[in-house]
Design a binder for this molecule. Sequence first.
Ligand code: NDP
Length: 391
Amino acid sequence: MASGAQIKRRLTILGSTGSIGTNTLDVVERLGGRERFDIAALTGNGNIPLLAEQARRVGAELAVTADEHRYGELKSALEGSGIEVAAGRSGLIEAAERDAGWVMAAIVGNAGLQPTLAAARRGADIALANKECLVSAGSLFIEAVAKGGGRLLPVDSEHNAIFQVLENDQRHAVERIILTASGGPFRTKSLEEMRHVTADIARAHPNWSMGLKISIDSASMFNKALEMIEARHLFRLRPDQIEVIVHPQSVIHSMVGYSDGSVLAQLGCPDMRTAIGYALSYPKRCELPIERLDFARLARLDFEAPDEARFPALKLARRAMQAGGIQGAVLNGAKETALEAFIKGRIGFLAMAEIVERVMDRLSDLPAAVTMDDVFAADEKARQTAAGLIH
Ligand code: NDP
């Protein structure tokens, strides 16, 4: 090897065809592309043309579609490339188990839990965008990462911000964390106005460009609800140490409050590549062409208390955190089912929170999870119960 040559890092991207996945590939290219990184595996679901194009472009070893019916399509799109092809749940696990030292977990929803877990168990560093892993499996997921020996690097912008400003030798002095929320497209809308919105209206986020489901979750503030539960597990906090403040400009990505009254914040333009780049180059900082903050042009930063009457998802998150046990999995399973129904136009926007609440009422005495199977069973039960409430 020539002197000074860098050893390449091996990466896998679970969910490479999504918003986080494509941003991750953009960051990888900007930080040196094939010169510095080998891509062990890429996974997608329905967007076969993009998955095949990405796999060829970066020279991935393995490309996987989660949809087993699309295997043939992916296989022929990669004909002659030498890239291995797999499909379905077993294909996702195969991708996660490839020997990549860093794995981006960017599959949307609970579908990401099993593959991310497989990567964690073999000791990979997990760049975690898929918040559902922590919402559903909580401490069991944290234990799996610790046992595997890899690091958990938060990619959700709020958690990445906290990760950046949390002084690890001062953990005892952390009083609270303050998650910022943009308030989404309906921040100033009345309940009556929200009652009639469609998925197309709800997906239009004012500041962030994201996938369909997380955009709608931002509009209902279920995204913030999931983030509260995620933060509790990630930073080992009590529920009463987690606050939410609406900050419409999305410039402060979150804050940590200490026992001496200091509050440390991480700021930046809303661009997920900052958090992805931080997780990829941690503990160093990398160089990225993200728009720089211009404080004079920004002029002001606004804050307001969240309105839990219009956005009941927040109080459902508190309830799930207080109850502990398996209620995170129940909340998320019910929420994913209600969200699907809203996207298909089968229920209204406000019905999502109503359904989640009713499912949590019905499943309030499920025992705490001892194994991952308990988590999957609770998720399934929540989905069935929610489906029964959707006519
Ligand atoms: P997208 O919907 O844009 O992408 C989701 C990815 O998952 C795609 O690669 C998609 O494949 C794949 N996928 C969809 N369904 C399945 C399935 N059943 N099994 C396996 N793979 C599947 O989502 P985002 O990138 O927006 O979000 C990904 C995760 O990151 C979510 O958990 C979200 O909450 C979190 N996150 C996202 C942020 C953002 O800015 N987007 C910010 C913070 C967190 P295909 O497209 O080929 O169908």
